[in-house]
Design a protein. Structure first.
Length: 95
């Protein structure tokens, strides 16, 4: 069962300009944000409790021509690794 978590997604997506935190969902091991569309130059971090003192990756993740598009973001809570994959995971849809 996937539940909302204290980890959120924040970045330069759409008009947010680093001001909006998008909820992520967890199974206890990984957090998921699915079906979000990214354009060249969009950047993001995943942060805990909407604060910058624990945010990953250390440098902003940036989309470019080779990896822009509709993606799923998968964040491993234990290892703090981020995987960006083409959309299609059977997880809750981004809002």
């Amino acid at each position: 069962m996937w539940v909302s978590t204290e980890w959120t997604f924040c970045g330069t997506i759409g008009d947010s300009g680093w001001t909006d935190d998008i909820p992520m969902y967890t199974d206890g091991t990984v957090c998921i944000l699915s079906g979000k569309t990214f354009q060249n130059g969009n950047k993001f971090k995943i942060r805990k409790n909407k604060a910058w003192d624990e945010a990953y990756p250390s440098s902003d993740w940036e989309f470019n021509e080779g990896n822009a598009g509709t993606k799923d973001i998968i964040f491993n809570i234990d290892t703090k690794t981020i995987n960006v994959v083409d959309a299609g995971c059977p997880y809750p849809t981004a809002q």
